[in-house]
Design a binder for this molecule. Structure first.
Ligand SMILES: Nc1ncnc2c1ncn2[C@@H]1O[C@H](COP(=O)(O)OP(=O)(O)OP(=O)(O)O)[C@@H](O)[C@H]1O
Length: 557
């Protein structure tokens, strides 16, 4: 047993013994007590003695209590409590004993067992339970709802203080908070009561869900993963039932749904953004920053249905508002390992001038076997030395127009009376050779981001204005001195206005396509960008990545 756990078990054992002593004292069981308020029955006496024995036993102290020892103790407690309650006895000490027994169970069982221990303990004793939760400065991690004059625990946020206590559950009916009856109180008044916590503790008097609402106490625990398609800040959401329990996220974040049995509010945690999003990384960085305790925060997020309903309500209010029918708020994703070695094209997306083609050119030069590139189509006649299928596919205008008409072109344009473009067939051809490296216009993603191609999308981002200017000027100077390895055919200069345009275009792309990017690469110093890109590609190709669920079911695994 670790030192910390050992100490808490010891502390608990001592505390439990003290309480038992005071029960004995208060009930007049003690032979030394002068005041004899209550007489315990022989059974109750036996229970107190068994509890003493249980607490001081080596199995309890070493955290190895067997199921039969625990159930034996539960049976003892049951007997004691029901006799006590039947006799109409009132005792703060007994209540404390109950609270401590709940604590005792924490020390001696896993979370699942704790719940089982506690629920079986409670369900066979009083229909009422008094629960004391130590929350200190943390949010309670539970929401309430008022229904027909009764107040219920609406949600327990997975991993939050209330959940970790394992003492309350969704559907429990709240009778009192901190000894104040909640009857006739509004939801806001109850929230105020909950927030006014006494020494970091909240005390509830509850009727357990299995008694107050027997049909509805099985939360849906299915884990679903979604990619957020919008930014969300619960603190600004006036619909939110409990803003402090809201989970904020950004477009593109991967959300793990923990509980989604409520049609409007789901419980989720954010695993990070991008194809490599990994909850554990976030836990480590939170712990590193000194804010983490090894758990990702779980919070409430609006369901797809709630978002749709809100949108419809807004449309009714302002019919002129042009909202599209098929607005989606989340995309179902799954974590996929490329066991079939499907060749996934690498797509570098970015604002013109950011350096996508420079990076592509360098990758092709460094790894000619590993990467391939597409051969474009054109309607212009071949020039001397140009080879069909190597430099271009030379086609008649009519043929290319037909390809455009039939949606077979990834992208196309006209220059000096001739059509140029990249066909989807050219991507398929390039894929037969190696991994295609593509730098298309973002509109091409409509064709590329499909199960067939399952591309890896990397957003090439510009650095800040100053770093952009500085890195491009330094690069040009190095090229002029001829000191840079593999210089490009040109190294153009950028005016301030052009740099600003690159930054603006990057922000617009982020806004429009940000949720699709598997990873981001800031292209500041070219050598650093290349080595970061190579590492990134290795990770994206070798590790499990988040992909739309529809891709995984259609073409992979
Ligand atoms: N990190 C960098 N540092 C310095 N210069 C760079 C860097 N990346 C690219 N460049 C230079 O910036 C210029 C624009 O790069 P590039 O042509 O690759 O941009 P692009 O994103 O492909 O846009 P476009 O479609 O307009 O070509 C080129 O001269 C290139 O050599």
């Amino acid at each position: 047993m670790e030192d910390g756990t050992r100490r808490s078990v010891d502390d608990l054992a001592k505390a439990l013994e003290c309480i038992l002593d005071s029960v004995i004292e208060e009930t007049g069981l003690s032979t030394t007590s002068k005041k004899k308020k209550h007489n315990l029955t022989a059974n109750q006496l036996k229970t107190v003695q068994s509890l003493h024995k249980f607490v001081s036993s080596s199995s309890f102290q070493q955290n190895t209590g067997s199921t039969s020892a625990i159930s034996g103790t539960i049976a003892c407690c049951d007997g004691f409590i029901s006799e006590w309650e039947n006799a109409g006895g009132k005792s703060a000490a007994v209540q404390q004993l109950v609270a401590l027994l709940q604590k005792a169970s924490y020390q001696s069982a896993s979370l699942v067992n704790r719940r089982h221990f506690y629920r079986s303990f409670r369900s066979r004793t009083s229909p009422m339970k008094i629960v004391r939760i130590v929350r200190r400065d943390d949010p309670l991690g539970a929401t309430i709802k008022c229904d027909g004059g009764k107040v219920y625990i609406a949600r327990i946020i997975a991993g939050g203080v209330a959940d970790r206590s394992a003492c309350i559950q969704e559907g429990d009916r709240v009778l009192e908070v901190n000894n104040v009856s909640v009857a006739d109180k509004t939801a806001d008044e109850i929230v105020a009561l909950l927030n006014r916590c006494d020494g970091g503790c909240v005390t509830f008097k509850l009727i357990p869900a299995e008694i107050s609402n027997p049909q509805n106490n099985q939360p849906d625990q299915s884990h679903i993963h979604l990619r957020a398609l919008y930014d969300y800040d619960g603190s600004k959401d006036t619909r939110h039932p409990c803003p402090e329990a809201a989970l904020a996220f950004r477009k593109g974040d991967i959300l793990e749904l923990l509980v989604c049995n409520d049609e409007h509010w789901w419980q989720a945690r954010c695993l990070g953004s991008g194809a490599l999003a990994h909850g554990e990384d976030r836990i480590l960085s939170a712990a590193h920053a000194g804010n983490g305790v090894g758990l990702l925060r779980v919070g409430l997020i609006p369901s797809e249905l709630l978002q749709q309903k809100t949108k419809q309500a807004e449309e009714k209010k302002t019919p002129s508002k042009n909202c599209s029918e098929d607005d989606l708020y989340y995309e179902s994703v799954c974590r996929w390992t490329n066991r079939t070695n499907l060749v996934r094209p690498i797509v570098l997306i970015g604002p013109p001038g950011v350096g996508r083609n420079e990076l592509k050119r360098r990758l092709l030069m460094l790894f000619p076997e590993r990467f391939s590139t597409t051969v474009p189509h054109t309607t212009r006649p071949p020039r001397p030395g140009e080879v069909e299928g190597v430099d271009y596919y030379f086609v008649e205008r009519g043929e290319m127009e037909e390809m455009i008409e039939e949606d077979q072109m990834l992208e196309f344009g006209e220059f000096r009376g001739n059509l140029y473009g990249t066909a989807l067939s050219a991507v398929r051809k390039a894929r037969e050779k190696a991994t295609p490296l593509l730098t298309p216009h973002p509109l091409a993603l409509r064709h590329l981001r499909t199960a067939e191609f399952s591309p890896i999308l990397i957003f090439v981002q510009p650095p800040s204005f100053e770093v952009f200017k500085e890195s491009r000027e330094a690069f040009r100077a190095r090229m002029a001195r001829g000191s840079t390895a593999s210089p490009g055919p040109t190294s153009r200069g950028f005016t301030d206005a052009e740099v600003r345009q690159v930054l603006t275009n990057a922000a617009n792309l982020e806004h429009a396509y940000g949720h699709m990017f598997d990873a981001r690469l800031v292209n500041a110093n070219l050598e650093d960008s290349m080595s970061n890109l190579i590492k990134l590609l290795h990770s994206l190709e070798s590790k499990p990545t988040w992909v739309p669920l529809s891709w995984a079911t259609k073409c992979v695994d």
